[in-house]
Design a protein around this ligand. Structure first.
Ligand code: MSP
Length: 511
């Protein structure tokens, strides 16, 4: 089995998770489920970024110790994952002991490579983004772009620095050659342009007397690691062990795919590979950079007051419809809009009217016209049906997923559902049923439709697992999973008994 490793960014648990977090979780979960269905051995990691000034400050404002604060906050993120039906193989917290040890081992590797040195430093820092600002212009920009200036502070202290500048050539090379591929290509160009503008060494520690909340720097009690050095190492913690100070990666290293938002692409495309090059570790294969969730065209933000709580979306339309919206309605590689009204509209059209309706109609017609089950068509008839259309649809579906355009892959599925509904309208099986001479034609049509529904359902499995598992355990019950999940045409057994009850996958929403 091919090992495949997929991660999301680790979230700051300073506030409750919002729909942007949900988007990233669902995208990564879709890909993890997709690769599992392809037969890969998948490792899927997500978790929390619990150190740094932002958490330290938020905990203090809540009158809590940072430890107790993150302990309380973690449940909000675990709760959201559960509500979205996501079960990561590892939910990492950067306060975990193995992570502290891995970060220290990583530090030592970079130090031994001669890439860490100490110097006195004076710079502006954005606490909200946990990011140093390169110049006075950046400070001005922050205020112009509406960053609350209470988050911008001047830091003057002795820090450790990482020799990022040393990796200029190698970084340009790995990104240009796509040895480490940034998707989509416009994000890759942005990162390359940034690098080509010149790389400065970066501060990777803070004085402990000013910020005590972090992982201690090995061999220097007066310093803790800069939160990003510690955070990026989380990917290694999940996929490697330590033998003394030696980092021993497992079969999931190097990472197949890191899924992150556009605001943190640079950390992942510049700092992270440079750290790995310094430590002599292999680079990940791919960085998927998704866009942002907007609400009515504007970034969701607490200050604008347009934040949608993912639990609210789930309570309105359910887990799978929320997952569907995030995957199919938001372009995977671009920004997209979310409103509860639109969620309801998409539920009614794509899910209830199109997909749900075709399933209940086809199952009902098979039962009515074909002795309560899947039509008894002969195997040579099965061969002649919509085989080509289906195999083309599968090719397009896979190709879009390879391009990391999940929305486009689901567009293909929507097209198949529309095709099935149109075929019913055009062919009018109820009219065929009135003429005995058209029995064979009717059976072929209904077999074709139910087999297409099976294919559609397999394509939808990574997007809406609960709904599809329900469909499989009712309509296709008794077929072993490997047959039911087969992408070959004609695997639905002719004569299969269908459930007595009507099938309603998407009941009408309460208004
Ligand atoms: N802790 C860092 C990541 C460290 S990874 C080594 C961080 N945390 S975050 O909580 O601010 O963001 C977590 C993820 O959510 C990021 O990938 C970020 O881009 C994503 N999103 C945050 N707001 C978002 C939207 N409004 N829309 C979509 N995703 C966004 O950054």
């Amino acid at each position: 089995m091919i090992p495949t490793s997929i991660s999301t960014a680790i979230s700051y648990p300073n506030a409750k998770p919002h729909l942007g977090h949900a988007l990233e979780f669902v995208q990564a979960d879709f890909l993890a489920r997709y690769y599992r269905l392809q037969g890969s051995e998948v490792f899927f990691q997500t978790g929390l970024d619990e150190h740094g000034q932002k958490i330290y400050r938020t905990a203090a404002e809540a009158g809590m110790e940072p430890h107790a604060f993150v302990e309380q906050q973690q449940h909000l993120f675990r709760g959201l994952l559960e509500a979205l039906n996501i079960k990561p193989d590892r939910f990492i917290r950067t306060t975990d002991t193995d992570h502290r040890e891995m970060s220290q081992a990583m530090w030592k590797k970079c130090f031994d490579a001669g890439d860490i040195y100490k110097k006195t430093y004076r710079a502006w820092y954005n606490v909200k983004e946990e990011e140093f600002l390169a110049s006075a212009d950046d400070v001005k920009d922050s205020s112009t772009f509406g960053v609350d200036m209470k988050f911008i502070e001047l830091i003057e202290e002795e820090n450790y620095f990482f020799r990022l500048s040393k990796y200029y050539d190698k970084l340009v090379n790995v990104l240009e050659s796509k040895a480490y591929e940034v998707v989509p290509s416009n994000r890759s160009h942005e990162v390359l342009n940034f690098i080509k503008g010149g790389l400065q060494d970066v501060s990777i520690s803070r004085q402990k007397d000013k910020l005590p909340w972090g992982i201690p720097v090995p061999g220097d009690d007066s310093q803790v690691m800069y939160v990003w050095f510690d955070a990026l190492t989380n990917y290694l913690t999940g996929t490697a062990t330590l033998n003394g100070d030696t980092i021993v990666p497992n079969q999931f290293w190097p990472y197949s795919l890191h899924c992150v938002g556009k605001d943190i692409a640079r950390f992942h495309a510049v700092m992270w590979p440079a750290m790995l090059l310094s430590a002599g570790l292999e680079l990940p294969h791919q960085l998927l950079v998704h866009g942002f969730i907007l609400s009515d065209g504007r970034k969701m933000s607490k200050s604008i007051g347009n934040v949608v709580d993912p639990h609210e979306a789930i309570s309105v339309a359910g887990t799978d419809a929320t997952r569907w919206y995030l995957l199919a309605e938001i372009p995977t590689l671009d920004d997209g809009d979310f409103t509860l009204e639109r969620l309801r509209a998409v539920y009614a059209s794509d899910l209830a009217n199109d997909f749900g309706n075709v399933v209940s109609r086809v199952v009902a017609m098979c039962k009515k016209y074909c002795e309560g089950g899947v039509p008894q068509v002969a195997s040579e008839q099965v061969e002649n049906l919509e085989k080509t259309l289906i195999s083309e649809a599968w090719q397009q579906y896979h190709a879009h997923i390879m391009e990391r355009q999940i929305d486009k892959a689901l567009e293909v599925v929507k097209g198949m559902v529309v095709f099935c509904n149109r075929r019913i309208e055009e062919q009018k099986p109820w009219a065929m049923a009135k003429e005995v001479s058209r029995k064979a034609e009717l059976e072929e049509l209904l077999y074709e439709l139910i087999e297409m529904i099976r294919h559609v359902s397999v394509m939808l499995l990574p997007a809406m697992p609960n709904t599809i598992e329900h469909l499989h355990s009712t309509v296709f019950s008794g077929i072993p999973d490997e047959v039911c999940h087969s992408v070959e045409w004609g695997k639905t057994p002719p004569g299969l008994k269908l459930p007595e009850e009507g099938i309603i996958l998407f009941p009408r929403l309460e208004s």
